[in-house]
Design a protein around this ligand. Structure first.
Ligand SMILES: Nc1nc2c(c(=O)[nH]1)N[C@H]1C(S)=C(S)[C@@H](COP(=O)(O)O)O[C@H]1N2
Ligand SMILES: [Mo]
Length: 199
């Protein structure tokens, strides 16, 4: 694993101010999965948003790909302390999907094939802060990194970016997800170093 030292701490370095506290930069792209990598074929994949009243809207792969696509380059921060600058993704803004969903919910739980879950305030998925990402660095997102489609919420620790994502359930109450219920911070802001419950 390489990093950007020496010179990283140089004042004029282009990454100045972009490394949250307690993190180190890496050029590699580590894989972190709590279980085995599921095989998800695009023809079987779909994404379902279920509102608090039980009504749901579902998009299959073709529908998702026919929506407006966005290219974005963002920094990502894993709670295990690596950060990766300038990761390049293509995907659909969740704003595009929420335009078709009626809800009064304040919280969301993202669901993945395989059972992984993670919770977020709904507003952290809105207003240009979250995407369904299917392409990384110009290539289809690999299975290890959550392909065919993962959630991408770069302003929070990367465990909030559910791999193999297949849905969101919206709720009036906040229900902790997989890591949040075993001690990870409920919100997970890397800039406030919200790693665990006690942070
Ligand atoms: N479905 C699912 N999504 C997941 C995980 C997981 O175990 N399962 N791990 C999370 C954690 S802890 C991190 S740090 C990132 C890692 O993404 P990467 O393997 O692409 O680096 O995915 C997150 N999304
Ligand atoms: Mo993680």
């Amino acid at each position: 694993m390489s990093n950007f030292s020496p010179g990283f701490h140089g004042r004029t370095h282009r990454f100045e101010g972009r490394l949250p506290p307690g993190q180190y930069p890496t050029e590699s792209f580590p894989v972190l999965s709590a279980g085995p990598t599921p095989t998800v074929h695009t023809e079987d994949w779909s994404f379902t948003v279920t509102a608090e009243d039980g009504r749901s809207r579902r998009w299959d792969w073709e529908e998702m790909m026919s929506l407006p696509q966005e290219d974005l380059t963002v920094d990502i921060h894993c709670v295990t302390r690596w950060s990766k600058f300038d990761t390049a993704w293509r995907g659909v803004s969740l704003d595009t999907l929420f335009a078709e969903v009626e809800t009064a919910a304040e919280f969301a739980v993202a669901h993945s094939v395989g059972g992984y879950t993670t919770n977020l305030p709904l507003e952290d998925l809105q207003n240009g802060k979250a995407w369904l990402a299917h392409t990384y660095d110009g290539f289809p997102l690999s299975p290890e990194h959550g392909g065919p489609v993962r959630l991408l919420v770069p302003h929070l620790y990367f465990w909030k970016s559910a791999k193999w994502v297949d849905g969101l359930s919206l709720s009036l109450q906040d229900d902790p997800g997989f890591w949040e219920s075993v001690g990870y911070h409920n919100y997970g802001d890397p800039w406030r170093e919200q790693r665990t419950w006690s942070d």
